[in-house]
Design a protein around this ligand. Structure first.
Ligand code: SAM
Length: 280
C-alpha cells in the first residue's frame, strides 16, 4: 500500500512535533539498503518506522528488523502492516530512552547489528551520539538526516560546519554522504532538503588518546565559544590560568590564536595528552 493510501485508510495526520515526514520515493529506500549492504544474515534496528515503508523493505532483505516508534497511534497501524512478517518486532518507545545493549541481548543473535533509519530530525544529534557510544555492538548506520547535518558530519577541520558532532562521528566512524534527497520526496515535505549518510563504525578511535572523557571535555571547551580564540575558550572553560593554558598550547605545538574549528582530531588528542599530564 502507498503512503497516501495508508494515511487515508487510518485517517493519519502527521505530527510535526515528532518530525513525521514520510518517504514517498521508493528509489531512496533501495539506496539506503544498498549503502548498508543489507543481506539475509543482518539484524537491523530501525528508528522511527513511521508508516513502515522502510520496515517492509528491511524485512524483505534482512534476517530480522526491530523497529522503535514513539508514536503509539502509528504502532497500531504498523502492527497491522507487519502482522504476517515473522522477522519484524515493534517497540513502542522513545529511542533515546532505549538501552541498546538490552535490545541486542533481547532481540538479536549476532555480535553487531546495523541501523537503517529515516531519522526524526529534531533529535538527530543525540541519536548519532548514542550510535557512537554503542559502537561495540553496531557495525554500520545508514541514516536520512537534514542536509546541513550531513554536511557537518563529513566536514573537515577548517570549514565552518565542523563542530563537536563532526569530531565525535569522524573519530569513531568513516562517514560519507551517499545521496542528496530533495524535500519533495517526503510527505508532508519538510522545510529542508535531506541526505542519506553512511557511517562505518569503528570500535577504536581513529587517533590514539589517553582518555575519551577528557578528550571530549577539551573538545566541548574549545567549541563552547566559537568566536573566541582557542586559548581563551580553553582557559575560560577548563578553569586554567594564563600560564597553564600557554604551557599546554606550547607543549602541544598548537597556536593559541587559532579557532577550535581548525583543529584536527590529532591536534585535539595532543591537547588532551598534555592537559592530562599537567593537570591530572
Ligand atoms: N521511517 C518513516 C519513513 O521513512 O517514511 C518515517 C520517518 S519520520 C522522518 C520519523 C519517525 O520517527 C516518525 O515516525 C516519528 O513518529 C518517529 N519518532 C519521532 N521521535 C521519536 C523517538 N524519540 N523515538 C522513536 N521514534 C520517534
Amino acid at each position: 500500500m502507498k503512503i497516501r493510501e495508508i494515511m487515508k485508510k487510518y485517517d493519519i495526520r502527521p505530527s510535526k512535533r515528532l518530525g513525521q515526514h514520510f518517504l514517498m520515493e521508493e528509489s531512496f529506500l533501495y539506496k539506503m539498503l544498498k549503502a548498508a549492504q543489507i543481506n539475509e544474515d543482518d539484524e537491523v534496528l530501525e528508528i522511527g518506522p513511521g508508516l513502515g515503508v522502510l520496515t517492509l523493505k528491511l524485512s524483505d532483505y534482512s534476517k530480522k528488523v526491530v523497529a522503535v516508534e514513539k508514536d503509539s497511534t502509528l504502532i497500531k497501524i504498523l502492527e497491522d502492516l507487519v502482522k504476517d512478517r515473522k522477522n519484524v518486532c515493534l517497540i513502542n518507545e522513545d529511542v533515546l530512552k532505549l538501552d541498546l545493549s538490552r535490545i541486542k541481548e533481547d532481540y538479536f543473535e549476532n555480535n553487531c547489528f546495523k541501523i537503517v533509519a529515516n531519522l526524526p530530525y529534531y533529535i538527530t544529534s543525540p541519536i548519532l551520539m548514542k550510535v557512537i557510544e554503542n559502537r561495540e555492538i553496531i557495525s554500520k548506520a545508514v541514516v536520512m538526516v537534514q542536509k546541513e547535518v550531513a554536511e557537518r558530519l563529513v566536514s573537515p577541520p577548517g570549514s565552518k560546519s565542523y563542530g563537536i558532532l563532526s569530531v565525535a562521528v569522524q573519530l569513531y566512524s568513516d562517514v560519507e554522504i551517499v545521496d542528496l534527497v530533495k524535500r519533495c520526496a517526503f510527505f508532508p515535505p519538510p522545510k529542508v532538503d535531506s541526505a542519506i549518510v553512511k557511517l562505518d563504525i569503528r570500535k577504536e578511535a581513529k587517533v590514539a588518546m589517553p582518555d575519551e572523557k577528557t578528550f571530549f571535555k577539551i573538545v566541548e571547551a574549545a567549541f563552547s565559544e566559537r568566536r573566541k580564540t582557542l586559548k581563551n575558550s580553553l582557559r575560560n572553560n577548563l578553569n586554567l590560568s594564563n600560564e597553564e593554558i600557554e604551557m599546554i598550547l606550547k607543549i602541544s605545538g598548537i597556536d593559541g590564536s587559532r579557532r577550535a574549528e581548525t583543529l584536527s582530531l590529532q591536534e585535539f588528542a595532543s591537547l588532551c595528552r598534555v592537559f592530562m599530564d599537567l593537570k591530572e
